[in-house]
Design a protein around this ligand. Structure first.
Ligand code: PSU
Ligand code: MN
Length: 301
């Protein structure tokens, strides 16, 4: 058993030379998107990061090895139908590595491994947050607590509207995580551009974002949330979105879905019940986030 990170040679040399690197997560591939579509998205994400002038590092744990920068064969393995990978938050990394298991990393797991590798910028789709009814269920994603402790910039499209957005923003404030809106004054709601909740600060280009991030790092140990609304032409129809959300919440309740299954079950309902429209939206927003993350990584380097 080794706890050492397994860095892709290209990622290792980029980090050594101070070239920009962007981390990408694997849970969105294994648990968030259907097989068939996920591998295509995985490739396009890496391509967008390269076109932006940075080196992509998709992160997962394979056979007990924390891999920073999956090879093409490893990407295929993570995206394979029936890959049966566990969903690894930060607390699961020790067990997965210690027991030689394989799993896809969430925002929490990916942020921690990226920081350990010296990668400061990470792109994903949606951050985990405070679930509706959390006052009773205590279901608050570890993503929030991890952002409080690791200095990673997470570029995302906010959190899904299935979460309690107001409460999520409160927890981010408690944890001293600045929330930046990229060309917006409102916190984005994943499939929709706006949530009605204001962000603390707005930045209008990658240079401004980098200046804020560099200054934040001088004073605080926490990460930064850079929120980027889904591109206008890809935004979901609001009425369809609201209907799927209500159905999805009923589905969770009727089937007694809890814990780490909540997010994947809900996403799956959106994907099937929208006839794939939500997959197109998901893909568009995560690609847009990867592009922005590369710009920010370049501006920071
Ligand atoms: N939001 C999405 N798609 C996803 C996730 C979130 O729209 O795939 C994944 C991310 O990996 C995130 C995790 O870190 O779900 C949050 O899970 P939980 O709420 O169980 O902490
Ligand atoms: Mn949870």
């Amino acid at each position: 058993m080794t706890t050492q990170l397994s860095l892709h040679p290209e990622v290792a040399s980029a980090l050594r030379d101070g070239h920009p690197v962007v981390a990408l997560e694997s849970t969105i591939l294994s648990h968030g998107l259907p097989p068939g579509r996920n591998l295509d998205v995985a490739h396009r994400l890496e391509q967008v990061v390269r076109e932006g002038g940075a080196v992509p590092a998709t992160i997962a744990v394979l056979d007990g090895r924390p891999v920073i920068g999956l090879s093409p064969a490893e990407l295929e393995r993570v995206c394979a139908p029936g890959a049966g990978l566990d969903k690894l938050s930060l607390r699961d990394l020790g067990p997965a590595v210690g027991l030689g298991r394989s799993g896809a990393t969430t925002v929490a797991g990916t942020s921690a491994l990226a920081a350990a590798a010296g990668i400061g910028v990470f792109a994903t789709g949606g951050l985990g947050g405070v679930h509706l009814g959390a006052a009773l269920s205590w279901d608050v994603s570890a993503d929030l607590g991890v952002l409080a402790k690791v200095p990673t910039v997470v570029v995302c499209s906010g959190v899904k509207s299935v979460l309690d957005i107001a409460a999520t923003l409160e927890v981010l404030e408690t944890n001293s995580v600045p929330v930046l809106g990229y060309r917006t004054d409102e916190f984005p709601a994943f499939y929709l551009r706006s949530s009605g909740h204001p962000v603390g600060w707005r930045v209008d280009d990658a240079k401004q974002a980098a200046a804020v991030i560099a200054a934040h790092r001088a004073y605080a140990p926490s990460g930064v949330l850079l929120t980027n609304p889904i591109p206008e032409q890809s935004e979901m129809d609001k009425a369809l979105h609201d209907r799927l959300l209500e159905e999805g919440l009923n589905l969770l309740r009727d089937n007694n879905v809890h814990g780490s299954d909540v997010t994947p079950v809900l996403l799956e309902h959106f994907h099937t019940a929208s006839g794939g429209a939500s997959i197109d939206a998901n893909e568009a927003l995560v690609l847009s986030n990867a592009k922005l993350a590369a710009e920010v990584a370049v501006a920071l380097s």
